[in-house]
Design a protein around this ligand. Structure first.
Ligand code: PMT
Length: 400
């Protein structure tokens, strides 16, 4: 199933580097194309030649070596990879990645990639348990990295405890599962709303908002790639309909309400990333309104609150809302979570540079119904989508 997948393996300087030889060999046998990056320290434990022979590709050890073809090597590899595995990853490299340090070819490539990254830490037990290492690993997990727990046993340094690199077969299984790529949403129907609504004033004018659909489309695309059966109800957006997603286009809040209700009974998850107009003009003029007096008054009436309605009808479904705020972010988001009977709300302060409407990144805080809060740094909307789906996938597993 993994034939044709491109894997970059990073090897750091630890005694367990000898096991990575077996990992590369197993991945090749599974039909993957493998390229290896070694840190300088790793080359003290195993020679690049060994990895070159097994992978059938030149091994990269140096940022400054003459590239074999004309391209920027770390960027080319970052784009080429379907997945990254660093095994063993040392406390030093965990610390560098967690703190944005990119001072060699491995850490630079990791920083440049959008592919999923698996880390297999192997080190002395005390180093592994050191709070700094643990904090760095937690930070990376929260950023969407996948950490393979080290095995427990007698370590090369003579201490017994966690810190051993798991058996190569275990690591390869985890990597291949992740590649095929986490079909963790298979069998789940997921309804996602995206974009802003438009409330007509007359045949040529409307009340709208700045939502581009980027956040909701990123979620729909990622959920479909993870095996979910995705229905995307979208307000007007210039984005192309994502692959393998049933996309239903609507204009107004009332149309979005109807489209969402038509699906609600049969879905497992609803994610409402759309920015829905709270009010609409009471009357829609049949003809274009002509310029006349100095002022024009348009009477607005309340739209249905779609999410509130779903919260009242909810049975087994997970309900995820977004809150776009310009002040008192957490207070308002908490209120919406409770009032709309949500399982989770994703709060974004849309006044922050790098967050909110019509840009490629967002800065969000996730609030759960048990009161737990997780804060994410500025990330691409694709990365945020993956992290939110990780959380949703965990919630779905717990509820079955
Ligand atoms: O589309 P982008 O340009 O990528 O921008 C992304 C985003 C800023 C639109 C997105 O991250 C976001 O915050 N979406 C929710 C915007 C919003 O309308 O928030 P709200 O606080 O007004 O509404 C709270 C929740 O109730 C939302 O899930 C909303 O979809 C839902 N709602 C609101 C009003 C209404 N009448 N019906 C609803 O279902």
């Amino acid at each position: 199933m993994s034939v044709g997948k491109n894997i970059v393996i990073g090897v750091c300087g630890g005694i367990a580097a000898y096991k990575t030889v077996d990992i590369v060999s197993r991945l090749k046998k599974a039909g993957c194309d493998v390229k290896v990056i070694m840190t300088k320290a790793a080359t003290e434990f195993v020679t690049p030649l060994t990895f070159r022979e097994l992978s059938g590709s030149p091994v990269i050890t140096d940022m400054w070596e003459e590239p074999k073809t004309w391209n920027v090597q770390h960027i080319a590899l970052a784009n080429w990879a379907d997945a990254f595995l660093i095994a063993p990853v040392t406390a030093n490299v965990v610390g560098k990645i967690a703190n944005g340090i990119a001072d060699d070819v491995l850490t630079t490539t990791i920083m440049a990639t959008k592919a999923p990254i698996l880390l297999a830490p192997a080190m002395n037990t005390n180093m592994y348990r050191n709070p700094v290492t643990q904090q760095n690993l937690t930070k990376l997990i929260n950023l969407g990295y996948h950490v393979i727990e080290p095995a427990t046993g007698m370590l090369a340094c003579g201490i017994e405890g966690p810190g051993r690199l798991p058996e190569p077969s275990v690591i390869v299984d985890k990597l291949l599962n992740r590649l095929d790529m986490c079909q963790d949403l298979k069998g789940k129907r997921i309804l996602i709303t995206a974009g802003g609504t438009r409330e007509p004033i007359d045949p040529v004018r409307y009340i709208g908002n700045r939502s581009s659909g980027k956040m909701g489309y990123a979620l729909a695309e990622a959920a479909a790639k993870r095996g979910g059966e995705v229905i995307l109800v979208s307000g007007p957006s210039s984005l192309p309909a994502p692959d393998k997603v049933t996309t239903k286009k609507v204009e107004t809040a009332a149309q979005m309400h109807a489209a969402v209700l038509a699906e609600f009974a049969t879905v497992d998850v609803v994610i409402k990333a759309a920015a829905v107009a709270d009010y609409r003009p009471e009357m829609v003029a049949e003809q274009k309104i002509k310029k006349s007096g100095e002022t024009l008054t348009i009477n607005l009436v309340k739209n249905p609150d779609i999410l509130l309605d779903l919260g009242q009808r909810k049975k087994e479904q997970l309900l995820i809302g977004f809150a776009a705020e310009t002040q008192d972010l957490m207070v308002h988001a908490q209120e919406k979570l409770t009032k709309k009977n949500l399982d989770m709300i994703v709060a974004n302060d849309v006044t922050l540079p790098g967050a909110g409407f019509n840009i490629d990144t967002n800065i969000v805080k996730i609030i759960y119904k048990n009161g737990d809060i997780e804060e994410l740094p500025q990330l691409s909307k694709q990365q945020i989508a993956q992290i939110l789906l990780n959380k949703i996938s965990e919630m779905l597993t717990k509820s079955t």
